[in-house]
Design a protein around this ligand. Structure first.
Ligand SMILES: [Fe+2]
Length: 338
């Protein structure tokens, strides 16, 4: 009995030391990042994590299903397929799952992949990704995730060094945002980062989008608080570590997007979620987390121009669909920006 108690005390003390060390490393990494991140670095280092930017995110009444969507899908040529968190190289099943997913993509669909293409950021993993997505390469949009920054740092080249850019495909404008940062080189420092400069660049990109285009913002990290969903996420939350937190400037980011954008597509957290901001406005802003496509065996598809932007629909691409409550048709939860 005494032995067990001693072991428990030792384990708790060890966890505390690890947490303190992690916080110190995280702080040092924030201070050591490149010169271009100065305003953001100061803000993240000096300020505690903000209180939740969204109130009642998971408890407010859902937006009524079947509400007519805005008319902005009129000039979109085909469906939009959202993939994320493929983690190629993380398990033998990931590659076969991605192959099956690509085979299930309908012709002419735009394919948006919101990061963590690879598990270890290795060139060999990215080469495998390139081979597997070759059938849809001409309509593929990718952004880097934190895992892509590890190893060989293949994520650094996915957007050619830009933090923000604008791509136009099939009548759809896609603003790509790199929410990763140098601290992601350490695998478990997985949180993302935005700075005022990036938000300003997104603002400028949106200003250049032609009126009437369906507009999508794609990034890896989540912009609103999400519940801790695993042991380490709960540990990080309890210890107030940033690893699993939403983007620190998520609210400011959404305020720039509202009224000017239709879809925010992201990943990072492996459980799918769906929200709507300003549901009664002429142009609601919908936020979708794809979850881990290869883990779920399913992806969301937004059909346009008959657009089902209100929730998309899940396409199961494995021979035997995996039962999951997260893949059932879900109403959008209404978000109120603080
Ligand atoms: Fe991630």
């Amino acid at each position: 009995m005494l032995h067990t108690v001693s072991l428990l005390l030792f384990a708790c003390a060890g966890l505390g030391v690890v947490a303190l060390a992690a916080r110190a490393i995280a702080s040092r990494r924030l201070l050591a990042d490149g010169p271009g991140d100065e305003p953001e670095r100061r803000r993240e280092h000096s300020a505690p994590l903000p209180s939740p930017a969204v109130t009642g995110a998971l408890t407010t009444p859902p937006w009524p299903a079947g509400r007519p969507s805005s008319a902005r899908q009129s000039d979109v040529m085909g469906p939009i397929v959202h993939l994320s968190d493929l983690h190629l190289g993380g398990s033998p099943a990931a590659a076969s799952a991605l192959e099956a997913a690509v085979a299930a993509v309908p012709p002419a669909a735009l394919v948006v992949v919101t990061g963590d293409l690879t598990n270890g950021g290795r060139r060999s993993e990215l080469a495998r990704f390139d081979r597997l997505v070759e059938p849809v390469a001409d309509r593929l949009i990718v952004v880097p995730g934190n895992h892509d920054r590890c190893g060989d740092d293949v994520g650094a080249g996915l957007m050619g060094g830009a933090r923000v850019d604008l791509v136009t495909r099939g009548g759809c404008a896609i603003v790509r945002v790199d929410s990763t940062a140098p601290h992601n080189r350490i695998a478990w420092l997985s949180h993302g980062r935005l700075c005022e400069l990036v938000i300003r660049q997104v603002d400028e990109a949106l200003a250049s989008v032609r009126d009437g285009r369906l507009t999508v913002v794609a990034l890896h990290h989540h912009v609103v608080p999400l519940p801790a969903e695993g042991f380490w996420e709960r540990v990080s939350e309890a210890l107030h570590l940033p690893n699993h937190s939403e983007l620190a400037l998520g609210t400011e980011f959404l305020k720039v997007l509202r009224g000017r954008c239709d879809l925010v597509l992201h990943g990072h957290r492996h459980v799918p979620r769906q929200f709507v901001i300003d549901p009664d406005a002429a142009r609601p802003l919908r936020v979708f987390n794809a979850g881990s496509t290869t883990g779920l065996g399913a992806f969301r598809q937004f059909d346009a121009p008959a657009a089902q932007l209100d929730g998309g629909r899940w396409v199961h691409f494995q021979p035997t669909p995996r039962p999951s409550p997260h893949l059932a048709p879900q109403p959008l939860c209404r978000l109120q920006l603080a």
